[in-house]
Design a protein around this ligand. Sequence first.
Ligand code: FRU
Length: 465
Amino acid sequence: MNALQRDLKRLVPLIEHLEAPKAASDPHRQRFHIQPPVGWLNDPNGLCKVGDTYHVFYQYSPFNPNGGVKMWAHVTSKDLLHWEQQPVMLYPDEPFDCHGAYSGSALYEDGKLWLFYTGNIKLPGDYDHINTGRENNLCLATSRDCLTIDTKECLLHNRDYPAGLSCHVRDPKVWAQDGRYYMVLGARTADSRGEVLVFESEDKRSWHHCNTLTTPQPVGYMWECPDLFELDGQWYLMASPQGYECQNQYGCGYFPLYGDFRGSCRLGDFHLLDYGFDYYAPQSFLDGVRRLQFGWMGMPDASYTNPTADYGWQHCLTLPRELTLAGDGSLLQTPAQELKSLRGEPISLVPNETLSIDPCFELTAAPLGSFCLTVAEGLVLTYHEPSRTVSLRFTDPTISGGREERHLELDIPCRSLQVVADTSSLEIFLNGGSFVMSTRYFPAPGCVPVRISGTSATLWSLALS
Ligand code: FRU
C-alpha cells in the first residue's frame, strides 16, 4: 500500500464520519435508492452478483457535494432494496489513475473480482485536455474478498488506442463470450465524433482492437459509458453521447446493432432511454436470466440543481430496472420485481380526489384517454390522447431546483402508467416501460398530495421493512 492510499483510506472514513449526520438530517434523503453517505455520486460502476450478494460501485467524490476527485464507492445488497455501505473500493492512488478512478465494469471469475476502469490523468500545463494533456488509461484491479483490492495495474495507455482519437477514451465494459473476453470503450475522435471501440482478449490483460462502432452521421462528439449486450437474440449498444441534441444537456440511449459486433455490423437508429431531467450513464448486468440496469439519476453540466448540496450530498442512482424486449424490438424498462415487496395495502384513487400519502409511494393506472397527474401541487404529468404527447412540468419552482418541462410523443396511445416515488425522486414508466421519465424533485417534508384526473389509479405507500 502506498502512502497516498494509506492516507486516503484514513481521510475518507473521517470525512464520512464528520459529514454524514448533516446529510442524514436532510428531509430529501432517499430511502430505497442508492445515494452517497456524503459528497457527490455519478455513474454506476462494476455491477455484478457474487454468490447471493449484489455489488454496486459508483463514482464518488466524498470531499465535495459538487464533485471532486473520483473514486469507486461500494454498496452491497441481498435483495436490491436494502443497501449496505462498504469501504471505498478503488482510490485514485497510482501514477496511472491519480486524477480519478473513472467509470468501468466488473467480471467475477476464478474466485476473483476483476475491475476494469479508466485511470484519468490531467497533465498540468497549457493544454485543451481534449486532444492534448490528458491520459485515459485502461486499468485493472483485482480483489479476492470483493472488499479490498489486491492488485492494480495499467493495461493500455492512449498510445495503444487506434489512431485518430482524442485523449477521451474511457469507461470499459467487459464481458466473457465464446471463451474470450470483449470490451467496449467510449471514445471521442480527434475531429470530435462519438464512437465505441471494441477490444478482444484471451487473458483479460492483453487486449487488441478488433472493431469500431459508429454511425454514418455523427451522434454527438463523445460516447460515454458504452454497454453492449444481447437480449433475446438482438444486440444493443448503449451509450451516453455528449453533444447529442435533445431536451437535456446530453443524450443517453441505445442503438440496436445488426450483424456481428466483432466484424461486419451496423447500428440502427438511436433511441433515448429516458425523457426526464435526470438520467445518464446507465450500466447493465446479467442477474441469472434477467438483465438489470442502474442509471445515474443526474445529468452532467445541467443548469438545474439539487438543494441536497446544502446538506453536503448530491445525486443518487435510479431503481434497478429490468430490461426486456417489446414485440417491435424496442427496449422496455420496468422496476425490478423486488420493489413490489415494499408495497403496503392498495389505496384507490378516484379521479379528481386529492390524497396525501407518504413521499415513498407507487401509483399505477390503466388510462383509456387523456389524463393529468399532479404530485405535491407542483409537478404535473399530462397525457393528451389526440396528440399522444406527454409532458412533465414543474408549476412550483420551490420544488424543482430549476427544472422546467420535458415532453415526448408516444408511438401508441398510453394505456399504462406506473410511477415510483422516493422522498425526492419520481420514475415514471409509460406503456409497460416503453417510455420512461426520471426526475429529482424536492417537495415539502411530510406527506405528498397526489391527484389524478381522466382516470382512476391505485396507490401504495412503499416502506422498507
Ligand atoms: C460520465 C463520466 C464518464 C467518466 C466519469 C467520471 O458521467 O464522465 O465518462 O468515466 O463520468 O466521473
